[in-house]
Design a protein around this ligand. Sequence first.
Ligand code: WT7
Length: 658
Amino acid sequence: MSKLHLHDLLRLHLILSEFWVDIAKEFFWKTKHTGQFLDYNFDVTKGEIFVKCMEGATTNICYNVLDRNVHEKKLGDKVAFYWEGNEPGDEKTVTYRELLQEVCKFANVLKLQGVKKGDRVSIYMPMVVELVVAMLACARIGAVHSIVFAGFSAESLCERIIDSQCSLLVTADGFYRGDKLINLKVIADEALEKCRDKSFPVERCIMLKHLSKEEQEASSPGSLSPPAKRSCPDLQSGPRQVDVCWHSLMEGASDECEPVWCESEDPLFILYTSGSTGKPKGVLHTVSGYMLYTATTFKLVFDYHPDDVYWCTADIGWITGHSYITYGPLANGATSVLFEGLPTYPDVSRMWEIVDKYHVSKFYTAPTAIRLLMKYGSEPVHKYKRSSLKILGTVGEPINPEAWQWYYNVVGDGRCPVVDTFWQTETGGHVLTPLPAATPLKPGSATFPFFGVVPAILNESGEELEGPNEGYLVFKQPWPGVMRTVFGNHQRFETTYFKKFPGFYVTGDGCRRDKDGYYWITGRIDDMLNVSGHLLSTAEVESALVEHEAVAEAAVVGTPHPVKGESLYCFVTLTDGIDYTTTLEAELRKQVREKIGAIATPDYIQNAPGLPKTRSGKIMRRLLRKIASNQQDLGDVSTLADSTVIEQLFENRCCTAL
Ligand code: WT7
């Protein structure tokens, strides 16, 4: 039987609806589900959109990914994480038993701080084991974690704390990214101050002391030996809130904590993703469906074996880290590498050094990292053997065939399948993906849907296109791990994902299906930009720019970038009487960084005394994209109100990158 037949058979199995039910049997349920396995409405014309998986069942995801592994599966001594710090030599190993103990202790700490089931907890931390501990401790007591990536600004953190109405913030003093010190607590304090100004005081902040005293004082970490012990006896409270020290709270805490049994559809976490209106959306995932989906996709897409060492280079602050550093791997009792640093520090061989050091067999990264390392050629890769590698994964944006080939041939020595996994914060886990060795690969294609996922391609009028075609990528039915709502705004959830084409979940991506049925993502077709695998909305960058008093209007588009995929090209119209200077340009760049975070720093800013608009005043971004990438063929410009602005914009193009 050919391997594709096996794929088809499994699909049939699913149609008999046994697939997930069988998988669910492998997990611990305090009580069984009473409702249907999957109940849903995807059609706005028929009422409210909802998805429910195993309604009525009670369980606890933390219990399933930790206690069950330690007690039932006897994996207590197995390594859960090899933590590798930013600085080579700074490392630590955590077993499943130790992780469970730490999680129980921190769960007790949270309870003592007054956190109860359903409460939201903000976590703003670097890539340390304690970040995993904090998130699982929340899950253990039924609290809802809202992790904010540690690269976000004070303003962004404040916005997310208020939107999710968090009662407590967990953070760290700081960390190094390469040779750069990030004083996280200073940013966190600023965020809490802003929250207070907006009448949302957060009373408690737990701070992990991560930096050693020497690290805090040093300007170059390379000269330091790895810090031995971290503690925070000299903690001083922030300006208004009560700061409490992680280490002293943990010292007194019991390492036993009964999990809080949650309903299947109780919220597990909120994770913010950019929205086209400019205001980030709090994507909400719930307990049971997310657990089943991340565990199963991890197992099948990475062909998990118990002796694997798995490494996903993403940050836990993004969905990839939630699903494929924490929940998916731990649910399978896997051993993972948790890396704090950068692919280029102290040199561009760091990744491969780590692969050899821990004998990594399954490796998962983003196209932007591959393109970045590709620039340095194969020599830094060849310095290390990489003979342990078996499967290479990619996620975050379409991977260009050149990067795919380099990944496959140079990193994987032509012997490891590349799994190009397409998914979103909203989908919870992989939705289009090859199964290694079973799916014949085509470089640049995320291939086929995962079990239970039913994609379709629609044209502008919402008609489903059959066979080879190109259009909007949508999904016809839910799978267990799909998001349930936008926190606090169910209407926005319906409008964003279900209004445009009733009956379908709209991804916002364009997609082509070839004659063999392979899916090829062509990129976003809404006002979103994908910079280094991170989504940003044009609106959020524009509003950061116009908040500067010198800017009257701004329009932001994406332009192709060799490493980042897309970079931000900003057109700004200044207020009357203001001159465009390099000082102003630097201020604008800083403004965006401070409002959103370093990932949103504009690559190009162009003075635009006039913007191309339709007669009704709508900015024609399509034309701005052409100008940004210097393409003279503008297509149809009949709706343009004043065509002279185009010439002027072409003349003033920014020609050089920063
Ligand atoms: C958007 C979702 C899923 C975790 C990382 C990003 C793009 C993601 C792929 C891929 C082509 C991809 C899409 C998607 N995307 N993976 N393998 N091939 N495009 O999560 O921030 O929610 O972004 O990333 O445009 O809609 P996210």
